[in-house]
Design a protein. Structure first.
Length: 155
């Protein structure tokens, strides 16, 4: 077996980080009686709040790759657990949007807060140029992974 291309060590580290973050998320889901998709839905809803966007059930389902029945089951399950609520849209009162409940945000903050704090502490060791490089790299990897053909070999 020949030597690996330059950068493969970083690819392997990124894969290891992805696995560890997935395990961390699975522990959160397990401790709170959730399915991993429930956690992804809550993250999508928190991201929407940060972006000042409102998500209908349809938009949430599309973001998670779920069909209509799966989305309805997901939102019903999260609503029964008190993690989300359905409300009229602020921008368009005809729409029903899904909103994350503050209790779900607090639950996530309690579990993920220490990891976030450690990550922020690590980032304090980098200057703005290095942070821009990290940001650019992670954004590029995210975009590459989001490509529909990202699972296909090049060529």
């Amino acid at each position: 077996m020949g030597s690996e291309p330059a950068g493969m060590e970083i690819v392997h580290l990124l894969r290891a980080v992805t696995v560890e973050l997935g395990l961390h998320s699975a522990r959160f889901a397990g401790r709170n009686g959730m399915h991993p998709t429930d956690v992804r839905a809550l993250i999508a809803l928190m991201d929407a709040v940060r972006a000042d966007e409102e998500l209908t059930a349809g938009k949430l389902g599309a973001a998670l790759g779920l069909n209509s029945a799966g989305t309805t089951a997901l939102v019903d399950r999260l609503e029964r657990a008190g993690h989300v609520r359905r409300e009229r849209g602020t921008h368009d009162r005809r729409q029903v949007v899904v909103r994350i409940d503050e209790r779900a945000v607090e639950l996530g903050r309690a579990f993920f807060g220490p990891l976030i704090a450690r990550t922020l502490a690590l980032l304090e060791g980098y200057d703005e140029r290095e942070l821009a490089a990290i940001r650019g790299f992670l954004t590029g990897v995210q975009e590459a992974a989001a490509e529909p053909d990202s699972g296909q070999p090049p060529g």
